[in-house]
Design a protein around this ligand. Structure first.
Ligand code: ARG
Length: 278
């Protein structure tokens, strides 16, 4: 996680942001701390990366890079220039913590990849593309790491990263918001997720899909009674946290964290493979 010491809305790169609606720094720090504490209470361990003063969006740690349990990291190559300096700090952090670093590009050269678009689920690394990450980055991930990558094309500008309409809950269940994707990708999504928990418009735009599962606990910014019943029925403990200040930048619980334990061992394939929607 990245403590929100320099969190502001300086520019607008998604439909939630407005420079007229600034976060309250004290409240943001309190909300951030409540999420950190909830992760620890659920049995997780949190590493904290300092926020760069020149990178107000760095609080959305999910995007600094894709890290794996066996010590690899694919640095993000951000679509928008104002976020690119985050990668300098991320590269330093990953390297000094023993991760072997790769990248799909840098400084605008090479395909964009933002790690908020990537999750290991089922037999593949599932990657959203179209808004932030580019299709070519999927090829890069597959060949560099010799893994199977399944792409989903994001069509909805309010769901610009995969971690907004897609949230794995256990090995077969995931919360999904199909309207985020184009028609061919919705078909793919049905094949990827054996047991979908389909979010309503209201749930999706309350950032319910931007939740974090830690052990048996799911940390959510919002949970309707309907969703609570489903998630509790799966044996999860639901913890709801007010993260309103971070919604002003277009992110919530998932965006504010970056898992360092994605397991690639079940998705390896020599030479790599990319499966895109038709
Ligand atoms: N303002 C940030 C951006 O638009 C929000 C990032 C949200 N992070 C996420 N993983 N969806 O880049």
């Amino acid at each position: 996680m990245v403590r929100p010491d320099h969190y502001r809305i300086d520019y607008v790169i998604n439909p939630y942001m407005s420079t007229q609606d600034q976060p309250d720094p004290e409240l943001a720090t309190k909300q951030w701390e409540s999420l950190r504490q909830a992760i620890v209470d659920a049995g997780g361990t949190v590493e904290v990366l300092e926020q760069r003063p020149d990178s107000p969006d760095m609080v959305y740690a999910m995007n600094v890079g894709l890290a794996t349990a066996d010590g690899r990291a694919m640095l993000s190559h951000m679509r928008f220039e104002p976020r690119r300096k985050e990668s300098l700090s991320a590269a330093e952090w990953f390297t000094s913590n023993g991760f072997a670093l790769s990248r799909t590009g840098s400084e605008g050269v090479g395909p964009h990849f933002e790690s908020g678009d990537a999750f290991v689920f089922g037999d593949a690394l599932v990657v959203g593309y179209g808004h932030r990450s580019e299709a070519l980055a999927l090829k890069h991930l597959a060949t560099e790491w010799n893994i199977r990558v399944r792409g989903l094309r994001i069509a909805h500008e309010g769901m610009y990263h995969l971690d907004l309409p897609f949230c794995p809950v256990d090995s077969t269940h995931a919360m999904v918001y199909p309207p985020a994707f184009d028609a061919a990708s919705r078909v793919q999504l049905e094949q990827i997720v054996p047991d979908p928990i389909v979010l309503t418009d209201e749930e999706a735009f309350a950032f319910s899909g931007n939740s974090v599962v830690v052990g048996e606990t799911i940390l959510m910014p919002d949970c309707s009674p309907r969703l609570r019943e489903i998630l509790t029925g799966l044996g999860l403990r639901v913890v709801v946290l007010d993260l309103s200040e971070f919604h002003k930048g277009g992110g919530s619980a998932r965006c504010m964290t970056n898992p360092l334990d994605f397991d690639l061992s079940g998705i390896g394939i020599p030479g790599g493979e990319v499966i895109l929607p038709d």
